[in-house]
Design a protein around this ligand. Sequence first.
Ligand code: HEC
Ligand code: HEC
Length: 385
Amino acid sequence: MSLNIPTLLICSITLFSLTACDKKNPQSVETKESLGKKLFNDMDLSKDGTQSCASCHNSDHAFIDSRLNQTSINTSIAAVSLGQDDLSLGDINTPTISYAAFVPDFHYDEEEGLFKGGMFLNGRSENLEEQAKQPFLNPVEMQSTEELVVEAVQTKYAEAMTSIFGPSIFNSTESAFIAIANSIAAFERSEEFSSFDSKFDKVLRGEDSLTPQEQLGQAVFIAEDKGNCAACHPVPNLDSSKMESVFTDFSYDNLGVPKNNLVRSQNGKPAEFIDNGLFENPNVTDMELKGAFRVSSLRNIAVTAPYMHNGIFRNLATVVHFYNSRDVKGSINPETQKPWGASEVNETKNTEELGDLKLTSEEETAIVAFLKTLTDERYEHLIQD
Ligand code: HEC
Ligand code: HEC
């Protein structure tokens, strides 16, 4: 009996701070989204308890991997990520997953005759719910199994899982694993990932205005006879839906991005290995789509270096200069002081919309200034000059 007195006391105190004594207290009710957040951040769901989704998708850094490794140059953020064993290296630059919730499910658009959407840069996962299962099992990422993930979740989150998905959720490993992925996807669909509060958004709402340089950048970005960037990265207006506001048409293109030799020298891929992008997707058989990757969202682009699917460029200015001068004889990559390297997939690269845009250096710089305005408020401090 004597135990009840302190318990009662603690309960009456904590009641004011709304922690849980009463299980029906609304503050303590777990939702798919709140459970998903815990799972997203939980290292125990990787093979040796060393890595979570957040290790590679850091919420303090626009959901990219901000760690350095042997694919970093100087002190730049690494081109590809280390797995949970601290040894395995991927081959694709970890993309931001801010605004990923607005990428449509993978599909073929009959009207335009184009593949669109899907998760991963080659669309091989239909949507966030399907995607969230993969990193746990990936041999260069979290290196676990469905059984081990479900076991770890059952040990730590049984109450939340059964209250959300019903008392029999752990009867089948498969259904529990799906529930885990669905919870993570619900978290990824939350506002924490997509705040729409960049300077650009404020300008749209009439709460801020672009500088003359940013304005020039926007104009060059849109103009068909200048940057023509908006052909693939459409610029939203006030009437646009959220899906139309992430600066991508979700289609696929081969920009002729140079091979990343540093990454390949470190991750053990054979010298002749070629990443065929969309053509690696089992739904795609058209050889013309070799080397195509999904058009990136440009939200938070100024703070999510390095760039392109293989992290080949460290500066935004270099990316813009690449579009402007890829096919200009004698042009130089400012990061290496050498010519742009050979395209990984040369035969299908887009030569109509980029490569020789004839932009002045003032126009290039203005595009970079415009792109910086697409940074969410909480990441603005990460922008570098
Ligand atoms: C070891 C680093 C690493 C870990 C851990 C990791 N990811 Fe990723 N993530 C990546 C890389 C690399 C890609 C791109 C791979 C590709 O396109 O082939 C990616 C892609 C994604 C995408 C697709 C983004 C897009 O635009 O298509 C989502 C969503 C995502 N990850 C969520 C997660 C979730 C959820 C977890 C945890 C279950 C997780 N990631 C764990 C590195 C990681
Ligand atoms: C023909 C379509 C197309 C046009 C035109 C285009 N882009 Fe892209 N953009 C893409 C594709 C596809 C990717 C992803 C390529 C890859 O990873 O291999 C991309 C990637 C990028 C990236 C890097 C994204 C990241 O997260 O790594 C930036 C920055 C960018 N584009 C800016 C621009 C600018 C600025 C222009 C105009 C000068 C432009 N784009 C014109 C299709 C296009």
